[in-house]
Design a protein around this ligand. Structure first.
Ligand code: NAD
Ligand code: DAU
Length: 336
């Protein structure tokens, strides 16, 4: 099976590639990524030179790049996106371009190439924000996106479904909750807080710190995507979650405890504009139909993740200093 992975140099895409190449011998991966600030080829350096792995530097919005990468693909696993809510508030344009237009360019190419499955990796944020006692999101929850990021992901979900209904493209979609784990870019809550604490800085907790997210280890997410691509029904959507709702305050205190710090390290800062209060996923459909459920407990997963960041200081220090962007030039000489 040849899988075109888009955005494989980012956090979840890279973990998915590790997961797939480690699990299956007969899988080939083509990784199409244009290495934005969030793309880092060091995430995949152990696969460089492996016959089953090929990297193509290219933009999902560019038809030529996409058709080159699509050659011979059986399956597309589409991760590439602008993914950070705060950046979408500062500059929505790139989100509209990559997340909506890029997805449509890929869908056209997938249709031409007659792929057996186009899997679109989406988010629970498309459903909006829950009150404290409202039921969790499920596959029937109406869309109600509220940030430029979630609005762009919601649009892309609709376009993906339209290609299924109109042209018969065999698609699946997953709407997943907040991921954490190795290689997460240190702009997101957990890696930002862990790396700030190592650097002796404070951690910026937004607003009252009582916003809730449902946390899932990234390797559980990788497994869910694999299961959906192999056994999920064409045209279907699956909600994927960790069954692990936590306030940001709880997470912050857990990180402080693991790292032997106290609340003196917290800096309460102005709230994110339009900050969604609560996300939570009811993942009973994927459990019932495909037998998937998360394996990691949040407590163990968080400890392991903090340890990963402590043991891989070189990886994130290069990101924080900007040096990681020189890796591609050095290893690939800008030739791809
Ligand atoms: P990320 O920001 O870490 O990585 C995104 C990757 O996409 C980067 O490697 C980047 O270089 C690449 N990319 C961006 N624009 C591109 C373009 N025009 N052409 C080619 N490549 C491009 O993101 P992530 O956290 O790994 O998220 C991956 C996907 O999962 C996204 O679609 C996101 O919406 C979705 N998702 C993320 C989470 C989460 O908690 N992080 C949860 C649910 C869903
Ligand atoms: O729910 C899935 C989504 O999770 C994905 O679709 C997004 O790509 C991903 O970025 C993530 O979005 P969030 O906005 O939930 O993640 P983030 O790590 O940015 O923030 C998590 C919570 O922590 C949120 O309530 C805001 C808060 N926060 C975040 C940062 C970066 C802080 O309090 N301080 C911070 O510095």
């Amino acid at each position: 099976m040849r899988i075109l992975v888009t955005g494989g140099a980012g956090f979840i895409g890279a973990n998915y590639i590790h997961y797939m190449l480690e699990k299956y011998e007969d899988v080939e991966i083509v990784n199409l990524d244009n290495l934005t600030y969030a793309g880092n080829l060091e995430n995949l350096k152990e696969w460089e030179g492996d016959k089953r792995y090929k990297f193509i530097k290219g933009d999902i919005c560019d038809e030529n790049d996409v058709s080159r990468a699509m050659e011979g693909a059986d399956v597309v696993a589409h991760f590439a996106a602008e993914s950070h809510v705060d950046r979408s508030i500062l500059g929505p344009a790139a989100f509209i371009e990559t997340n909506i237009v890029g997805t449509q360019v890929l869908l056209d190419a997938a249709l031409k190439a007659n792929v057996k499955r186009f899997h679109h990796v989406s988010t629970d944020e498309v459903f909006g924000s829950l009150g404290p006692n409202e039921p969790k999101f499920n596959e029937d929850t109406p869309y109600d996106p509220r940030s430029p990021y979630s609005a762009s992901k919601a649009s892309s979900d609709h376009v993906v479904r339209a290609y299924h209904h109109t042209y018969g493209l065999p698609i699946t979609i997953s709407n997943c909750s907040n991921n954490y784990g190795p290689y997460q870019f240190p702009e997101k809550l957990i890696p930002l807080f862990v790396t700030n604490l190592v650097e002796g800085k404070k951690v910026p907790l937004y607003g009252d710190g009582m916003n809730i997210r449902d946390w899932l280890h990234v390797l559980d997410h990788a497994e869910a995507i694999d299961v959906i691509i192999r056994n999920g029904k064409e045209g279907e959507t699956y909600c994927v979650g960790g069954n692990s709702e936590k306030t940001n305050k709880e997470i912050t205190y857990k990180i402080l405890e693991i790292m032997g710090k106290d609340e003196e390290s917290i800096r309460q800062v102005e709230d994110r504009k339009g900050h969604d209060r609560r996300y939570a996923i009811d993942a009973s459909k994927i459990k019932k139909e495909l037998g998937w459920e998360p394996k990691y407990s949040f407590e163990d997963g968080l400890k392991e993740t903090v340890e990963w960041f402590l043991n891989n200081k070189d990886w994130w220090q290069k990101i924080k200093s900007g040096d990681y962007q020189k890796y591609y030039e050095k290893q690939y000489g800008g030739k791809l």
